[in-house]
Design a binder for this molecule. Structure first.
Ligand code: 5GP
Length: 188
């Protein structure tokens, strides 16, 4: 997606350890016009899929996911990173966070992820694929079907796509970063 690539080159900032900061337009301050266009592009790419629900993970996936849900008129559910005391019928899995270097338990209520659901998962980044594999585990526990996963930015050099395609997950990324070596952003 050309507009997104230009924006990453213009406003993205590189940090040691292969981290790209996009907090001036996606992750902290958000550009709703760009995120709306991002959502339209996800919908175009998954137009052949039969989706009835959008799933994301808090916090940064929520904004693009709700744009997709709004345009498609579909419900959006976000996976929580803290277990609420009041959640009914909780499904959980453990995810390793690469940016925070720790494991955490994520959860979703099986009231909102059911065997009738055909899911499109949306997130901001695909890095090593740990979060996405956790999502796949939750979807499998629930009996729902995963139609595909859409990422705004994929860091190809961390190989999350390989992990997901080995698990037969369809992956679409709108900007693919080939390298952040020497703090230079190289986009495919
Ligand atoms: P993974 O589980 O694929 O290793 O990492 C995906 C998650 O980590 C994303 O949900 C995202 O929030 C976070 N993440 C991974 N790499 C980056 C990065 O370079 N920049 C930012 N801002 N977040 C990242």
């Amino acid at each position: 997606m050309e507009l997104l690539k230009q924006r990453i080159l213009q406003d993205g900032k590189c940090f040691p350890g292969g981290i790209l900061k996009v907090d001036s337009f996606i992750n902290h301050q958000m550009d709703p016009v760009l995120l709306y266009k991002v959502a339209e592009e996800f919908i175009r790419r998954f137009q052949d899929a039969k989706i009835n629900k959008i799933v994301t993970i808090e916090a940064s996936g929520i904004a693009p996911a709700i744009m997709v849900g709004y345009i498609m008129r579909l419900p959006v559910v976000f996976i929580k990173k803290k277990k609420p005391k009041t959640m009914e019928n909780m499904l959980t899995t453990v995810v390793h966070s690469f940016t925070k270097d720790r494991d955490y338990t994520v959860c979703i209520s099986s009231n909102f992820l059911t065997p009738d659901d055909r899911i499109l998962f949306i997130d901001d980044f695909l890095a090593y694929g740990n979060a996405a594999m956790g999502v796949l585990d939750l979807v499998q526990q629930s009996g729902a079907k995963l139609e595909g996963m859409g990422f705004i930015i994929e860091k190809a050099f961390q190989h999350g796509r390989d992990v997901l395609t080995d698990a037969h997950v369809r992956v679409e990324s709108l900007a693919i970063i080939d390298s952040l070596d020497d703090c230079k952003i190289t986009i495919r």
